[in-house]
Design a protein around this ligand. Structure first.
Ligand code: NAD
Length: 512
């Protein structure tokens, strides 16, 4: 299905000077999928320099003239969706349904920034120090070369949701995808070049995070990172030493609240959809469900019914509701969390076992109750298809327990009353809160920024912030008449008095 010729063509895009390779795994079978080139730290340095050269020309292209490249990319993404899905599924093991949502996400990004970027990046007139006498403008200058580091769970969406605004803002980009999911990312990079992106502007390097990722953090002018909180802290410290900016999209232990006035059927269906997306390997997936005691029994029954109806399969069509975990490491973490909970007294209502007959890393959607703080899955991110349900007495308890975590990425609230849902949402410490949905509508509302509070991140993607973070603001101020250097004949005391009079007048007239 993925031909050697295609792999060779895609791998040609990798900045790698030796013949060293990595093997990637076909997640559905456990066999070898492809060999992809291995970049060295020297290759990273060359890639950054090449991107910098191309960027100097690109920065001179008007924003409106950059946009058509991304409009053509949008059309190419729609045309090649099925080919991307084939690669994405083989590399991640996700169901095609989950893959479809993933490949659609960058379409929203392109649509949003194609409309908004020209205005957001245009020079803005600002109020000068003294009205009429000083003219001030704020310009948006590209950072230069952005290093984008992405994980394996949503490799296509996360790469292009971040690369597109970085490029539209006038930067070059050096991308380091996770090695296991390099091919689907390279397919998208190839489409960007087919769409007319200037050669060299977007570079790809592949290798171990601590080697190649570190080399990129040490050379790029800005770092956009998505991955674990642990790695995020290392990157922040390194970038901080160089005084370069960064944004970090990190982990979560997301709560989902079912309030007393929820539509229980809608909550159960919605919870299944969001908890088990990509087998729970979604940073925004809820792993903790807080259910009001008035609807607890009804919700648990309906939720279990829905979970038990899920179809698990290694299928390259839309028949599967859930696919595989992506790696042996993820499978081991999930087994460890569930067995630890079981041993310490949790109840497994459904699931709780691997399904090797479906594929080497399949694990059943698993629902736990009686989970207590000493269990690993209580407040550590499992990043798998495992959720715990807790009974709560009222909204106050639900909010308190939802917020009792070091993370703050995403939360969901189910209530028939939008006002009630919004009231509870405002008390949750999470960068995004979904009402009557799990994670899709906030992500798709690209006009609003999203990201993590607390240990879940620094900075935002989407919205104005998701574009402007890839720029430096520059203040250009013009003194129309000499104000700051009084004429020699004027005693300085008089100058002070006249300036103070002017400042008083301005204050009184409320101009400043
Ligand atoms: P990870 O931190 O291990 O790796 C992420 C990327 O960073 C990979 O490309 C990796 O090679 C690279 N890397 C690793 N060590 C590095 C280092 N020292 N310097 C530079 N780069 C380095 O994370 P992971 O296990 O691949 O991804 C899963 C995690 O990502 C989960 O915690 C999940 O919640 C989080 N995530 C967050 C978001 C979000 O938007 N907030 C989205 C997806 C995943």
């Amino acid at each position: 299905m993925i031909s050697d010729a295609l792999v060779a063509r895609l791998c040609d895009r990798v900045a790698a000077s030796t013949s060293d390779t990595f093997s990637t795994v076909n997640v559905f079978t456990g066999g070898t999928l492809a060999k992809v080139p291995r970049s060295s730290p020297e290759d990273v340095a060359e890639a950054v320099e090449a991107a910098r050269k191309a960027q100097q020309v690109w920065a001179g292209v008007a924003v409106a003239d950059r946009i058509p490249v991304f409009e053509r990319f949008h059309a190419l993404l729609l045309k090649h969706t099925e080919e991307i899905l084939d690669i994405l599924q083989a590399e991640t093991g996700k169901s095609r349904k989950d893959g479809f949502l993933e490949v659609s996400a960058p379409l929203v990004t392109v649509g949003h920034y194609a409309r908004k970027a020209p205005k957001l990046l245009a020079p803005q007139r600002r109020q000068g120090m003294l009205p009429g006498l000083v003219k001030t403008r704020e310009l948006r200058v590209p950072k230069g070369v952005v290093g984008t580091i992405t994980p394996w769970n949503y490799p296509f969406a996360l790469a292009f949701m971040d690369i597109i605004p970085a490029l539209i803002a006038g930067n070059g980009v050096v991308l380091k995808p996770d090695t296991q999911t390099a091919l689907c990312t390279l397919f998208g990079v190839d489409l960007l070049y087919q769409a007319g992106l200037p050669q060299g502007l977007l570079q790809v390097v592949i290798g171990d995070g601590p080697v190649v990722g570190t080399a990129l953090v040490d050379t790029a002018d800005y770092i956009g990172f998505t991955g674990s909180t642990r790695t995020g802290r290392e990157i922040a410290a390194r970038a901080g030493r160089r005084l370069v900016g960064y944004s970090l999209e990190l982990g979560g232990k997301n709560p989902l609240l079912v309030l007393a006035d929820a539509n229980v059927h809608q909550a159960a269906v919605g919870a299944v959809q969001t908890c088990f997306s990509n087998s729970g390997q979604l940073c925004m997936s809820p792993e903790r469900l807080f259910v009001h005691t008035a609807v607890y029994d009804d919700f648990v029954q309906r939720f279990l019914n829905e979970v038990k109806r899920m179809n698990l399969a290694a299928a390259y069509d839309y028949s599967a509701d859930m696919g595989s975990l992506t790696s042996q490491r993820q499978l081991e973490t999930v087994i460890k969390h569930v067995e630890d909970a079981r041993a310490k007294g949790a109840t497994v209502l459904t699931g709780g076992k691997a399904r090797p007959e479906l594929g080497p890393f399949f694990y059943e959607p698993t629902v736990l109750t009686d989970v207590t703080p000493e269990m690993l899955c209580y407040d550590n991110e499992t990043f798998g298809p495992v959720v715990s349900i807790y009974r709560v007495a009222d909204d106050t308890e639900a909010v308190e327990r939802a917020n009792a975590t070091s993370y703050g990425l995403n939360a969901s609230v189910f209530s028939k009353s939008i006002a009630h849902g919004e009231h509870v949402a405002a008390q949750l410490k999470a960068g995004t809160v979904h009402i009557n949905d799990g994670h899709v509508v906030g992500l798709g509302s690209a006009d609003a920024p999203m990201g993590g509070m607390k240990d879940s991140g620094v900075g935002r993607r989407n919205g104005a912030e998701g574009l402007l973070k890839y720029t430096e603001s520059q203040n250009i101020s013009v003194q129309r008449v000499p104000l700051t250097t009084p004429p020699r004949w004027l005693p300085f005391g008089w100058y002070v008095k006249s300036m103070q009079g002017l400042l008083r007048l301005i204050r009184r007239s409320n101009i400043r």
